[in-house]
Design a protein around this ligand. Sequence first.
Ligand code: C2O
Length: 347
Amino acid sequence: SMTSSLTPNLTSCHWSYSDHVGRPLFCCKASPDPRLPVVDFQFPDHSDPIRVRRPVHRLSADFIAKYEKAFAIMKSLPDDHPHNFWRQADQHCLYCTGSYEQTGSDALLFVHRDWLFFPFHRAYIYFHERIIGKLIGDDTFALPYWPWDVPEGMLFPDFYHRGAFNDSERDFSHLIPLHQTADIAFDGVESGLGAADQVAANLAMMYHQMVSGARKPELFMGCRMRPGRAGACDGPGTIELIPHNTMHEWVTNRANPDWEDMGSYYTASRDPSFYAHHSNIDRLWSVWKELHGGRLEFDDPAWLDAAFYFRDENLRLVRVRVRDVLDMSKLRYTYEEIDRPWLETRP
Ligand code: C2O
């Protein structure tokens, strides 16, 4: 008998549906073979270097070249290799479109619009980062982050138009040649604001999403989903709705039926800018936690024991639980500090 938990049942991988037009999808090619041995997550060694994630506007040309090479390598790996770029992207499809049933229940597992949002994406990009480091032979490699919450970061980073970073399915009217200041709360209608007003509106929005609208863990993190059909919930946290969803939509090509790539769960991480977007989301979780005295978000086994499976940089199949990813310092990465101008913009 199996206790039910918010953990995928790897033997249940099945067709799922796209989130806009309900197109059938099959992402299970990237699902690990359930017969593989599973190892429980272990923290990286104390002697491992700390990976320092830097903002996209402060990257060196050398770093960008090295990072681009990593995408070129991932895109050239065999189609069924777990580190292949498209299989890496399918990890998102598996967990975000409902390809899996939960363990011990026929309820589907969804890591969006509930309290799994931050921990799932932290684990996902953690493994992705280490895989890249391994592919380019650099164990200090750290993902960049795209800080659209500060004025210097409110533009689409230009380097994503180059070589293996490029993705044809973006909204180029937002990106080039205008270098439009992002409307981080983009709702499909152009705000029409000039740059200075757009920056001010963005900072006020950030204050609301990080501070005044997010005073309790469930407001920031999302609703407390529990195992089983009766435990389902649909209550995204402040940051997930805006700017997370809205920036996905601002970047993507909305002329596509499912708003592929960035605007749809099954394709979002086929756009290399996804990973810098999500590093920033992950950083904002750590900032929010710091503003709340570092307290544990939910002292609840349904959350702490929820688990995900990833292939690590050495191709092992790892089961990582939410409780494993709550302390960045144990994961041996950190964020280079930037200002928090939105903290001063209480309306
Ligand atoms: Cu799982 Cu930004 O999405």
